[in-house]
Design a protein. Structure first.
Length: 392
């Protein structure tokens, strides 16, 4: 595990570069983001540990960041004063562009992963704004009418985006639809609705609405979205069936879940950060292509926690996956002024089994089998066996 101290600044968001596996950025704030300056850190991962390559000070707290998908040196920040700034890390001191249309804190920024020509921001002022980095004003404003903590473009479509808000709803917008009275809104899903009842089991009770703080699109299943927030529960939804409630319900965190993100390597694995000072790895129970009987994650009780990292000593506020190399590497940040780089495969406590696993098949099926070992929490020996088999 590698560690870096953001002395005097508490972390709010951490993101790996989409271009380099050895570069991460951290958005931070003085005085826990209540009052004071912010700082954007650009950190390099070296053989000698984590080093600060550069940092930029801002006049107000920074709550979120997003690397440009079209320029390796550019990065967005969302600030407590309602501004969005675009920095070029090859230059010094000042942002190359700044926008100030939001009336309240900007709590999320996200680059379009498909078209790479636009980005969005969401704010406590109850709006989502779409931007082009080459234009001085926003392209479009989408009202949510509630404090919007998280908004994202779908990684599968340049025109679909989503948001979660303080009113406990997941909203999905399609910019290809006529604006009309709906402002491109195509789905509004109540996050607190109970899951679909299963045969032979009493229907689940509904949970009172609470603020939704974070969400993320599955990178492999284009209609699956995970949400989490103040009620401490992670849920997954299929936007094709908004009325059926959550597909999987993952309780376990002791306090609010501040950030979650799907794995870029495995279709069923999530990573979360919580105010209970832990980062946890989960499976939603699907293990698509490995365990067909679990294709319906609620059929056998849903997903489960695979492991947890408890090295933070204050709120854990940000997590991200490394896109490159081994599939387990993650970064996290928190209010303890620490950035940690760690391998989630080391914290996934394996079940104590003595089963001898034998497998033959094609290389693609070996890959699916290996992922199944990870998702099923088999023993470390089993996992290593799978690794060796895959490489053979």
């Amino acid at each position: 595990m590698l560690e870096f101290r953001t002395q005097g600044y508490q972390g709010y968001s951490v993101k790996y570069s989409p271009f380099f596996d050895s570069r991460i950025a951290v958005a931070s704030a003085a005085n826990f983001g209540l009052v004071g300056n912010g700082r954007l850190y650009i950190l390099g991962l070296t053989a000698n540990g984590i080093v600060a390559e550069k940092w930029f000070d801002t006049q107000d707290s920074l709550y979120d960041i997003a690397w440009s998908e079209s320029h390796e040196n550019q990065i967005l920040t969302g600030s407590g004063d309602g501004s969005i700034k675009l920095f070029d890390i090859s230059l010094d001191q000042f942002p190359i562009q700044s926008w100030s249309e939001h009336a309240r804190e900007v709590f999320s920024v996200h680059w379009n992963l498909v078209s790479k020509e636009t980005f969005l921001s969401s704010s406590w002022d109850g709006t989502i704004k779409i931007w082009n980095p080459n234009m001085p004003t926003s392209i479009l404003t989408l009202p949510t009418h509630s404090c919007t903590y998280s908004a994202q473009f779908s990684p599968h479509s340049p025109s679909i985006l989503s948001a979660v808000s303080s009113d406990s709803h997941l909203r999905v917008f399609d910019l290809r639809t006529p604006a009309s009275a709906s402002n491109h809104l195509i789905q509004s899903i109540p996050i607190h609705s109970p899951p679909k009842s299963r045969p032979g089991i009493a229907p689940a009770m509904g949970i009172p609405p609470s603020e939704a703080l974070t969400h993320d699109w599955n990178k492999y299943r284009d209609t699956i979205v995970a949400t989490a927030g103040v009620d401490r529960i992670i849920r997954t939804f299929d936007i094709r069936a908004p009325g059926q409630g959550p597909l999987a319900v993952l309780p376990g965190h002791e306090y609010a879940v501040r950030k979650l993100t799907w794995s870029p390597h495995l279709s069923d694995v999530l990573l979360s950060a919580s105010y209970d000072m832990t980062c946890r790895v989960w499976t939603d129970g699907t293990a698509i292509g490995v365990q067909p009987e679990l294709a319906n994650p609620m059929a056998y009780g849903g997903g489960r926690e695979l492991g947890r990292m408890g090295r933070h000593t204050e709120f854990a506020t940000g997590v991200d996956w490394c896109l490159f190399g081994a599939e387990g590497w993650c970064a996290s940040c928190g209010w303890d002024e620490r950035v940690l780089i760690w391998d989630n495969l080391e914290i996934s406590a394996p079940e104590q089994t003595s089963a001898i696993i034998q497998y033959t098949g094609t290389k693609s099926s070996k890959r699916r089998f290996l992922r199944g070992l990870y998702s099923s929490k088999r023993s470390n020996d089993d996992y290593c066996t799978g690794r060796q088999m895959f490489n053979s």
